[in-house]
Design a protein around this ligand. Structure first.
Ligand SMILES: [Mn+2]
Length: 277
């Protein structure tokens, strides 16, 4: 039994030129995993880019990029959509994909053969340990824990502008899960039985994840009693590096969002999955 793992696809990002590239990378990632004959795909969060996306865009994207493999998904900080009730992101994914796992006490659980998958949706760092504790009550000897958090040392607090300090991986490990999968951070890392999946996408924050502005290699993973990485062939895309303390950057981002959303709607009317093959 083989499981495919992807994360941070940031679909529907309304900023050009990321929108089309991210859609292409998502399709490429799914194709790679299909070739690996995976029985399940784990998505470690941030399937969509906006908490408040245009729903017709979200629907159209998932229609354009279909998969016929069940998906286990935890919600990232981007796709929680806290301004709506009942997590519409989840409902949109459910409508188009075979979304597996059920919530028990706020923890998402799915059993496949002798493997248990436990997912914790993105949560403020101050509340994360309580969720971990809850999740650990459900663990079995062969469990994959899926989270979407700022985890140190993979995350360095000065790396991106953020209010969180970062939660230490040692503390996560102390709860005894056999395998740990973290989304959220876009640079792929393997550290024993822990992986940071890394995003398939380009976003503005990506630039800050660069080491001396080199392109971050994008990866998807498989799990079969251990993690294996597969490099995703991508088209490097020009990224604007912003000074996030500068108010003009925020004005620029908002203008870009408005224009980007308009362009995206126009583009979506003209594309189909054929566009990417
Ligand atoms: Mn995230």
């Amino acid at each position: 039994m083989k499981i495919g793992i992807i994360s941070d696809t940031h679909l529907g990002i309304p900023q050009s030129p990321f929108f089309l590239e991210n859609l292409k990378n998502y399709l490429r990632a799914l194709e790679l995993l299909k070739k690996q004959n995976v029985d399940l795909i784990i998505h470690a969060g941030d399937i969509f880019d906006r908490q408040v996306p245009s729903f017709d865009i979200a629907h159209k994207i998932l229609e354009t990029v279909p998969i016929n493999i069940p998906m286990f998904y935890v919600q990232g900080n981007h796709d929680q959509m806290r301004t709506f009730e009942n997590n519409p992101a989840l409902n949109i994914v459910k409508e188009h994909y075979d979304l597996v796992g059920t919530y028990n006490n706020g923890i998402r659980i799915y059993d496949i053969e002798d493997v248990r998958i436990i997912g914790i949706d993105y949560i403020k760092e101050s509340l994360f340990e309580a969720q971990l504790k809850k999740a650990s009550q459900y663990k079995t000897p062969n469990t994959l824990l899926i989270i979407h958090q700022y985890i140190t040392p993979y995350f360095q607090p000065d790396e991106i502008p953020c209010k969180e300090q970062g939660f230490p991986i040692e503390k996560v490990r102390s709860y005894g899960f056999q395998y740990i999968v973290n989304g959220h951070l876009h640079r792929p890392i393997k550290d024993g039985n822990t992986i940071v999946v890394g995003g398939t996408s380009y976003t503005r924050f990506e630039s800050i994840h660069f080491i001396e502005r080199e392109w971050v290699e994008k990866k998807v993973w498989t799990w079969d009693n251990g993690f294996q990485d597969i490099t995703l062939e991508t088209t490097p895309t020009q990224i604007l590096v912003g000074d996030f303390n500068n108010i003009y950057i925020y004005i620029y981002i908002w203008i870009e969002l408005l224009i980007g959303t308009y362009l995206m709607k126009k583009m979506l009317n003209n594309i189909s999955s054929q566009t990417f093959t």
